[in-house]
Design a protein around this ligand. Structure first.
Ligand SMILES: Nc1ncnc2c1ncn2[C@@H]1O[C@H](COP(=O)(O)OP(=O)(O)OP(=O)(O)O)[C@@H](O)[C@H]1O
Length: 317
């Protein structure tokens, strides 16, 4: 396969559950070799339904998937040995030790890396002889990850890989995922943590009710959202005393008592205009906070807009 070819290619994918509920409503995206791609979404957005199709666990009800150039459902035998999967609940027999579990799993995957190496990668080298049932939730999650990378997969599917991990465990997992990516592994992950997608993903898609509401690099997705400037005006000053907001490049504002919140797509212009005015008028802006949109704001904004659109469509129908 050409190294520039898309390792994962999804075109107009649909999944309909019994009873006719459409959980995935025609989504398209691709993931290139050596890229970390994150699928984000609200609860029930369709992330797991999508990942299961990519893993070949079910047949799509419409559209097309290619993983490493193959249909993961009808050509499962060609795809499965080259992919690693970390499910939300590993569900391994808990009486076995960590090393026994890894050995059992290694028997199922071809070309396995040494068990010691896989356990060391996730920081479980010292826990090899501990029974799985005695592991903490976070350690179990790391064992799931060790098993997913045991076969040295070309493509790794991670369904909420850091749920249940503390901050340090989460950062260790991010480092590991980055190291795997740098070694050429293609990673598709789902996550509830926006910080995780912002830190880890080369590109991402935000799913909302089975559709892609936004996609791109984290910078592209956040860049499409306005930045914010928040401050408190001293007594005796009102929003009408500020320079005309349109001239500052402000696209919206809210007043909450003395607190003013401005939204702008031209952060530098708006912040400079405001500060120059404050300096000239000798006004102290208390609790001044100037910030670019975070992925969290972008996510909430997109979910809000999509819900509003849905309501409008319902009214129009
Ligand atoms: N087997 C099923 N039968 C019917 N509906 C289902 C089934 N599995 C999932 N759904 C529905 O499909 C929608 C998408 O579910 P899915 O689990 O893919 O979402 P998700 O984005 O992974 O959510 P979460 O973040 O909560 O795990 C939800 O409304 C869910 O209730």
């Amino acid at each position: 396969m050409d190294t520039n070819e898309h390792v994962i290619e999804v075109t107009d994918l649909r999944r309909v559950y019994g009873g006719g509920f459409e959980a995935v409503r025609g989504i398209s995206f691709h993931v290139d070799r050596g890229e970390i791609f994150a699928l984000l979404g609200t609860n029930g957005a369709g992330k797991t339904s999508t990942v299961e199709l990519l893993e070949g666990l079910a047949r799509p009800d419409g559209g097309r998937i290619r993983v490493l150039g193959h249909d993961p459902y009808s050509e499962r035998a060609a795809v499965r040995p080259r992919t690693g999967v970390m499910l939300q609940e590993g569900g391994f027999p808990s009486e076995l030790t960590v090393a026994e579990t890894a050995r059992m799993w290694a028997g199922c995957v071809g070309g396995a890396r040494p068990i010691k190496e896989a356990l060391a990668l996730v920081g479980l080298a010292g826990r090899a002889d501990v029974r799985v049932k005695q592991l903490s939730g976070g350690e179990r999650r790391r064992l799931d990850l060790a098993l997913a990378v045991l076969g040295e997969p070309e493509v790794l599917f991670l369904d909420e890989p850091t749920t249940g991990l503390d901050a340090e465990g989460r950062r260790d997992t991010w480092d590991l995922v980055r190291a795997l990516r740098d070694a050429g592994t293609t990673v598709l992950l789902t996550t509830h943590y926006l910080e995780e997608a912002e830190n880890l993903a080369d590109r991402l898609a935000i799913l909302h009710e089975g559709r892609i509401a936004a996609a791109g690099t984290p910078a592209e997705v956040t860049g499409a959202q306005p930045s914010r400037i928040t401050f408190e005006l001293p007594d005796g000053y009102f929003v009408g005393d500020l320079p005309p907001l349109g001239e500052l490049g402000v696209c919206g504002h809210e007043v909450d008592g003395r607190v003013i919140r401005l939204r702008t797509r031209e952060l530098q212009r708006a912040a400079t205009g405001l500060l120059v005015w404050a300096e000239r008028a000798q006004v102290a802006l208390r609790r001044l906070d100037v910030r670019s949109a975070s992925l969290e704001e972008a996510f909430l904004g997109i979910a809000r807009e999509a819900s509003k659109r849905d309501e409008t469509e319902e009214v129009a129908a």
